[in-house]
Design a binder for this molecule. Sequence first.
Ligand code: GDP
Length: 365
Amino acid sequence: MEHPENDDKYIGLTVNSGVTQPPVVNPYLKRHRKKRIPTASEMVEGIIKGDVTMLSRGVTLVESLNHDHQILAQEIIEKCLPYSGNSRRIGITGVPGAGKSTSIDAFGLHVLKQGGKLAVLAIDPSSERTKGSILGDKTRMERLSVHPSAFIRPSPSAGSLGGVARKTRETIVLCEAAGYDNIFVETVGVGQSETAVHSMVDFFLLIQLAGTGDELQGIKRGIMEMADGIVINKADGDNIDRARLAQAQFRSALHLFPPTQSGWKPEVLTYSGYYELGIDEVWKMIDRYFEHVKSNGFFDRQRSEQAMYWMYETIDDRLKSDFYRNPEIAELLTQKEARVLSNRQSSFTAARDVLDIYFNSILKK
Ligand code: GDP
């Protein structure tokens, strides 16, 4: 083989030709390399024993778009359900740079010091583009990622926000069955994803920053209303006074909100995730919340409502995807679009016609 590097002008550099590789090192190994997928019962047995490899494989099936994997995943989820529910589910949100990963690392270690196991999951609406980068890089949680009692899983990457969120909710079931008694669900603070996380957690923590002068700007009212706790991060060094000021502003803003359904008054605290200041106070607040909602029955009521929410979400999702994936409907929609755009038919009668045809075709089946 010719190597251009061996030209005289590159003095001192010689490249030797490599050795041609045999086509297969060991044909026997290659044939047997593909792992057999364990049965649902084998997986469930492993998951309940806390086998992390089985848990990861189960989650991979939950996230898979392959039809057969989905069927297997649903069977695993059903079988794990009786062992689930026994955890604190905590949602954590904040804009990029608010310090979510630094804080989760600190909060996580704090929780694990008290024993038990922690799973960190994520819902990242941008993951379709970035392939789950929000937690993809495990180095974001340096200490947790090497902790034997922590299970970190990046956001499922495929599909709509609803689809991604549903997979995370299903993953919660598997993690709980595997004995994870603390579940963190992280999301980046950009809007709709908070609603999705809120619908699957018991406590919703909003991480904020001080020092921008107009703290309350840019935070959607709806997100503040969902928060059970607002924590102002980076309350360290020169930033302590500004963090306290922000705390006062948030406290007075919260007074304007209607009382929460849980009867819990959301608290505002300052802390530093990086320097680990005030972590214990944040955790004590979360403990107080759980005592409060468990004693007044809101904890169970919220979980039941969430279970209903996900049932209807799943129905909505299935109906919609079945409708839009129907080739006959797709063609009809193209025709109707043209008619509506050229004012030959109204939007409403066009929609009615398409739906009538869809429902009739279902009835005939
Ligand atoms: P995320 O995008 O919300 O996950 O934020 P990161 O955890 O990656 O933090 C963003 C930046 O803020 C990083 O440079 C952190 O080192 C820094 N940071 C995080 N927490 C603190 C804190 O408590 N104090 C200070 N001073 N910096 C922090």
